[in-house]
Design a protein around this ligand. Structure first.
Ligand code: ADP
Ligand code: MG
Length: 487
């Protein structure tokens, strides 16, 4: 991928980073000692942590664009909420995908089952994160004055939206580093970030709405958890904010083996009544080992517990549904206020279906001709699944004659501006490198098909990666924790 134009880093980075050696060492220790940790993937040890990869400096991000992203977040919450509760939209747009994508098909079966039985309970809790990147392509070549054009949305995550802890932790770490280096004047440009309180506040609110003080929040976790600090700090903060709210952690397989529904459809596991099911797992096929885990997901969905996300929210977050939303006229179905429509339309970049129709054929042709301009996405979450560059041509050529292609979507590739930074990774020398960043804004929404009773933007996170890398997922091993330096 050709690099985009450049942004100036927040402070000049010395040519010889040896000068920063002491502060780098200190920052690594600060990180470890303040919960900026992750488990080692190669040698998993539940008793040990290593530092989360992080950028040494916060990354410059235009204040105007940051503020716009924060402002629009509740509108995106509302959109995803309305989509989740719009059966005709989900049905129409997923009908082909569920024939060819088994995972989405299985989610849809659960959705259909509970829809026919009557959604239980009426309320859903959405803990979402809208991810975006600054775009530069649209203003080439006249890009002298500012190094970007606007930001464009990558996707909205509706399940397991992580970094509620690591987002704010990035700000704290950068504050420490800038102070150590004497850049006191820069501190005012690090925006406050209360994502952890915000996400935990949403979970506690849902727990209160369940109206059983003895019931617990159930965090559904992966079999092996690498991103442990991010998850645990949610538990710690919930216990600080609401000492009587207990959180328990179980895997999908634990649920498959031991969860039941009582006569009132309460979800019971290990003698605990569950008020809220908070999924930090169940978003990728490998997390379901057999039909039993699928049965467990259905059981939870049928229960009286408030789900985060409920199955219709999960479906609303699929890539196919988000592509369908970018079609002309789609957003208008959900908002009568033209200002909201324009605000949302403005942040979409080109998204194309690969259906067997004129538009789909056109997308296939464009992707084969100029694959470097696109990202090809299957119906997956969690990072590492998308296809980039020349490989797009190979994959599309292979699938273009089969129904399988309707399970994929094509998206314009965003080319973000590049800036210099230093990436610090465990057991590796610090390296000065060109990076690109991706901003995520967190939102919490609670409501049912009739009304929204809670809708808030609650904080942000920034991740960065080497400008040559395709993806930015930190847990997936690509990116680094960062924080925005507003200018
Ligand atoms: P996932 O659900 O696996 O996180 P995403 O759609 O968020 O899938 O893509 C994963 C990563 O790939 C993003 O975080 C981003 O770094 C990169 N990416 C995705 N879409 C685009 C795009 N249109 N342009 C540039 N990079 C993209
Ligand atoms: Mg993503």
């Amino acid at each position: 991928m050709a690099d985009g134009p450049r942004l100036n880093s927040c402070v000049p980075i010395p040519k010889d980073i040896e000068q920063l050696k002491d502060v780098i060492e200190k920052a690594k220790d600060w990180a470890l000692m303040h919960g900026v940790g992750i488990r080692n993937k190669k040698e998993f040890n539940p008793d040990a942590l290593q530092i989360v990869p992080f950028t040494f400096f916060p990354s410059a991000f235009p204040r105007k664009e940051f503020e716009k992203a924060v402002k629009i977040q509740p509108i995106l919450n509302e959109l995803i909420h309305r989509v989740a509760f719009c059966h005709s939209f989900l049905e129409e747009n997923l009908k082909d995908t569920i024939q060819v994508d088994e995972f989405t098909g299985n989610l849809y079966k659960i959705y259909e089952t509970v829809r026919q039985e009557g959604i239980n309970p009426r309320l859903s809790l959405g803990s979402v994160r809208a991810d975006m990147m600054l775009e530069t392509v649209c203003c080439y070549p006249d890009i002298e004055e500012q190094s970007y054009c606007c930001w464009k949305q990558i996707e909205i995550n509706t399940i397991a939206s992580g970094f509620g802890w690591l987002g704010p932790a990035g700000v704290h770490l950068h504050r420490f580093i800038l102070q150590e280096l004497g850049h006191y004047d820069k501190l005012k440009n690090l925006p406050e970030n209360r994502a952890l309180e915000g996400v935990c506040g949403g979970l506690i609110e849902a727990w209160k709405l369940f109206k059983n003080p003895k019931a617990v929040i159930l965090m559904v976790i992966e079999d092996v958890v690498y991103n442990i600090c991010d998850q645990r700090f949610h538990e710690f903060r919930i216990s600080e904010l609401s000492p009587k709210t207990r959180v328990i952690r179980r895997t999908l397989t634990d649920l498959a083996q031991r969860a039941t529904l009582d006569a009132d459809k309460n979800l019971i596991i290990d003698n605990e009544v569950v008020a809220v099911v908070y999924y930090r797992s169940a978003y990728e096929p490998l997390q379901f080992h057999s039909q039993k885990e699928w049965d467990a997901r259905l059981l939870a969905e049928r229960s009286s517990a408030i789900k985060c996300p409920s199955i219709h929210y999960h479906l609303a977050g699929t890539k196919k549904v988000q592509q369908a939303l970018a079609r002309p006229g789609a957003v208008e179905q959900f908002f009568s206020d033209p200002e909201k429509v324009t605000a949302v339309r403005d942040v979409f970049t080109g998204l194309y279906s690969l259906d067997f129709d004129e538009l789909g054929e056109d997308a296939v042709k464009k992707a084969i001709e100029k694959p470097e301009r696109y990202v090809l996405k299957p119906q997956r979450e969690g990072g590492g699944n998308n296809i980039y560059g020349e490989k797009i041509r190979d994959v599309i050529t292979k699938i273009k004659g089969s129904r399988e292609r309707t399970g994929w979507i094509l998206m314009d590739r965003i080319v973000p501006p590049v800036q210099e930074n230093i990436i610090i990774r465990a057991s590796q020398p610090a390296a000065r490198t060109d990076t690109v960043s991706e901003l995520g804004i967190f939102g919490i929404i609670i409501g049912d098909s009739n009304e929204i009773i809670y809708n808030k933007q609650v904080g942000h996170m920034l991740r960065s990666k080497e400008s040559t890398a395709d993806e930015v997922g930190v847990s997936a091993g690509f990116g680094a924790m960062d924080s925005p330096y507003l200018y």
